[in-house]
Design a protein around this ligand. Structure first.
Ligand code: IPE
Ligand code: IPE
Ligand code: MG
Length: 242
């Protein structure tokens, strides 16, 4: 890599065009801490986090990524206080409405990954409509909603059992996941300094590179993405080889 350059948009475009990095998955963490630091209720953190999310997705498309996955709400997040859960679900519902309006303008192919059964029929219908309406668009966006890696694997095994399988291959499992047919993430970025997966993409992350930044998600900037991209291209992925 040319060390005279510093992380920036042009460098990210150039690096990504070399290949090897097409899918980033984000664990968008730190919304609550961001708000608490400002003496604000946690829901403000989620609201600013939603704004950061839109900015970051757009930038990921601009620099040439093909797929972005975001962890928006986990199967465990239902255990938060009801008011906080409601404020997050409201933001997600607003985002679905926005997607509906901008489906033709934004080049985003939106898919929801997670257990949709937990949501009411209206919510599920709206999610399905966005998936259908955007299915021919370019940049793939997976929104992990009521998502848990263990729940996903359990669901996959049960699907295979119902199909009558008594023995499965790795390909069978991959194709029964919510992410069937999609490439695994090359890079998982977690904000707010934590160093854990928190039940995210347990199967798909087998060989993903992991990058943690102390930046709290609502503060996540384009430059922070450039730093993650630069860092990724300094790694040596060995996939078990020498
Ligand atoms: C991430 O931010 C958003 C969700 C989990 C929905 P947090 O709400 O987890 O923020 P912290 O970790 O409490 O700061
Ligand atoms: C992971 O963050 C879930 C999402 C970002 C949606 P959490 O804040 O829920 O994870 P833990 O509790 O720190 O492991
Ligand atoms: Mg958190």
């Amino acid at each position: 890599m040319d060390n005279t350059k510093t992380a920036g948009k042009q460098q990210s475009i150039e690096l990504i065009s070399r290949g090897g990095l097409s899918h980033i998955a984000f664990i968008m963490d730190g919304n609550g801490r961001w708000a608490e630091k400002r003496g604000m209720p946690r829901r403000f953190g989620h609201s600013y986090g939603a704004a950061a999310f839109k900015k970051i997705i757009r930038y990921c498309g601009d620099i040439g990524l093909k797929t972005v996955t975001v962890y928006a709400f986990s199967t465990e997040n239902w255990n938060r206080p009801e008011a906080e859960v409601n404020s997050i679900i409201k933001l997600l519902s607003d985002y679905i409405d926005e997607c509906e309006k901008s489906a033709d303008k934004e080049n985003l192919r939106v898919r929801f990954i997670g257990d949709k059964e937990r949501f009411d029929e209206n919510f599920r219908t709206r999610m399905a409509r966005i998936e259908e309406k955007t299915s021919q668009n370019g940049l793939s966006l997976n929104v992990a909603l009521n998502y848990g890696g263990r729940a996903e694997l359990t669901h996959a095994f049960n699907t295979l059992i119902k199909e009558g399988k008594t023995e499965v291959t790795e390909d069978d499992i991959s194709s029964a996941l919510y992410t069937a047919g999609q490439q695994d993430p090359d890079l998982i970025v977690r904000t707010a300094g934590e160093m854990r997966l928190s039940n995210f993409l347990l199967w798909q992350a087998a060989y993903s590179e992991f990058y943690s930044t102390d930046v709290l998600w609502p503060d996540m900037s384009e430059h922070d993405i450039d730093l993650a991209v630069e860092n990724f291209y300094k790694r040596k992925r060995r996939f078990g080889k020498v």
